[in-house]
Ligand binder design. Sequence first.
Ligand code: ADP
Ligand code: ZN
Length: 821
Amino acid sequence: MTAIAKSGAFVDVALPLALPTSLTYAVPEGLAGALVPGGRVVVPVLRREAVGIVTAVDRPAPERPARDVIAAPDAAPVLGPDLVELAAWVGRRYAAPPGLVLRAMLPAALFSVGRPVVVVQPGALEGAGAAALRRSRGPAAQALLRLLAKPGRAIPLAAVRRAGGGAGLRLVQRLAAEGLAQLVTQPPRTAPPERGERMFELAARYDHLLELDRRFARSPKQREAYETLAALGGRAGAAVLERRGISRSALAALVERGDARSIVEPRVRDPFAQLAPALPPSEPTEAQRSAVAALEALAPGGAALLFGVTGSGKTLVYLEFLRGVVTSGRGAIVLVPEIALTPQTVSRLKGVFGDDVAVLHSGLSDGERWDAWRALREGRRRVAIGARSALFAPVPRLGAIVLDEEHDASYKQGEAPRYHARDVALRRAALAGAAVVLGTATPSLESWAAAKSGALRLVELPERVGARGLPPVQVVDLRSAPRVAGSLAVPWSEALDAALRGALERGEQAMVLLNRRGFSRFVQCPSCGRVWDCPNCSIALTYHRAPAALRCHHCAHRESPPAACPDCGAAVHQYRGAGTQQVEDFLAQRFPAARIARMDLDSTGARWAHQRILERVEAGTVDVLVGTQMIAKGLDFPRVTVVGVVDADVALNLPDFRAAERTFDLLTQVAGRAGRGPLGGRVIVQTWAPGHHAIVHAAGHDVRGFLEAELDERRSPPYPPHVRLANVLLSGRDERAVARAAERVAEWLRALVAARPELGATVLGPAPCPVERARDRWRWHLLVKTPDDAALTRLAGYLASRAPVPAGARMVVDRDPASVL
Ligand code: ADP
Ligand code: ZN
């Protein structure tokens, strides 16, 4: 069935670059019969070689002469026919360059030219193929003969080309066609195992700036080392610290004076490889059993929304369902929002499937990833688990795809191809005849609407396992509630204070969420009101302590905190709005005996830092886990009895149509971390907007109520799921040029939409984006809406290929955007 390229034919090859189309190459005689769609080829690009993927064979001759394919290194294509088709679909739907789609689907190692080499058989040069070469007296021929006369050795093709040019390559291809040589792309080496790693750990805490000033009065370098270590969560590897500019001598001095300890960790091992399998609870409950039965009843290509409250035991439902799939000889893919945050799900999966599981996590080296990929492809492992991109794992005979926490924004890729894993999963499953399970306690509006229309089968787990109720949620109105004095910029009510104190006194654990990292949200001059903004972005700089710096959360900009206001000369500055660092400091002062850990982007930069923090919580050596949304995801710690939300409104007022949904999801998910064990639990939510529907429904655990209210909110003006949406973003360095470009594209688009009423599309804007400037580029956007999914695909394609984008501006078409900021 598969088309095979014939000699004298041409093939299209996608290179892993942002080229709008595939490139056409000629098939040399030696490779006739070896090229199929989805197969890798080595081709010349300018003066280099690159690895590409054949996207089509039997192409017509191009207008300009085509260069020859150099080699086809694999016996079998790296993408099977269904993945080739899926790649084409993703490219069309998201108007993405074909090469970038393939790069997102395949392990990077497959594209590393990894040096294509040729291995010549003994005696190969004595055959007819090399006769002309043997006769030739030219220096090139002689050099080539010398080079190739090393049977069994890997000879780089680049050397062949240097010695013998195009004729040399053709000779090698001919030898390969006659079976006298093999062309291979050498696999990249897997990373060597890492040995012991030196770690530093804080041994003393200085929570007041004054104390720090005193302690490090004459040693700024040590202070920086201390503060960096504190910022990394109190513990970090020497290599990480060195990358941040901390010298060995400063660290040694810290150890010397007793402020830090130095330890050698036996070895940094892949925690996912070492993860102990967790035995599943032996018996599913009645509710779980009937959910599994409903999933098993799905037709091939069918899909279900598994809507189960937090703690309802969705994981066991996935496992039981997947057990049936794997027993029947098929494979499965399990997607989780961020694999680093879900060690528990991984160990439960391993508990059931053992060595059949391949864990695709971001800590893998290119070589390790490639190993995992091959193990899946060859059927040595049949269950893949990973974040978004694991969706493309080469699982043969795919029987099921599970998306856990299907509402999570990380399922949408932020760069080309800007795909949404949920939609691509449905497509892949349809092509493979597999079933899809979308699991969540807080369905996305899109999935909820699909369940209501019958496109997704609704399967529910309305109660927690073991008759445990959902934890009561107390909403604290920050406008009026009594606050604890001296809590700096951290709004800290007496209610939350008492709840946390109670948990600590009883020896239980607590989580405190504030979805904003850093120490203070912004810095303001008290006399003239000046706020320090990023010079590259239209957002305020966040103040980070330890080490002290103003940092932009959008770009990499950082500067030292100001000493005086450049506008009015005033010397004092106000640090306003608390972030997680400040919460951590405040709690350390208020509860000196509590063991506090912080989990946010800043404290988890080091490799495996997430695991280390979660392991400590699991082992009970952390009493309070402070963090951003990271702590809200899927964690199951039965001893957590109190969850506090410092400020529920962080994302509520963003000018984005998903602001309420994100807020509701976050509150419901983090509340769901409380009371998962026999100790019970409670949740305290602090807010300035206690009447907002996202907060009211979250407090009442009323997910359906929220979904219905939010569906109504999005009816007029219409937003997804009532329409399909594309965000067309124009950016550039010159503000006026960007505005003009946006107007030009909008005008063109309006004319197109008017001429094609069947697309049912409307165009809004252009207007400056809510974040007007980012990374030194001005940003304008327009929104395209249509109720017709296929129409939006066509429009995205027209835009990407034909829109008149003037030089100096760049356009991005973001279809089904996760946000429009
Ligand atoms: P969810 O993902 O729906 O929030 P989990 O799958 O994490 O919930 O399950 C919540 C807790 O209930 C876990 O600690 C799990 O071990 C436990 N659990 C799940 N199913 C059962 C069962 N059938 N019997 C006993 N305990 C169970
Ligand atoms: Zn910036």
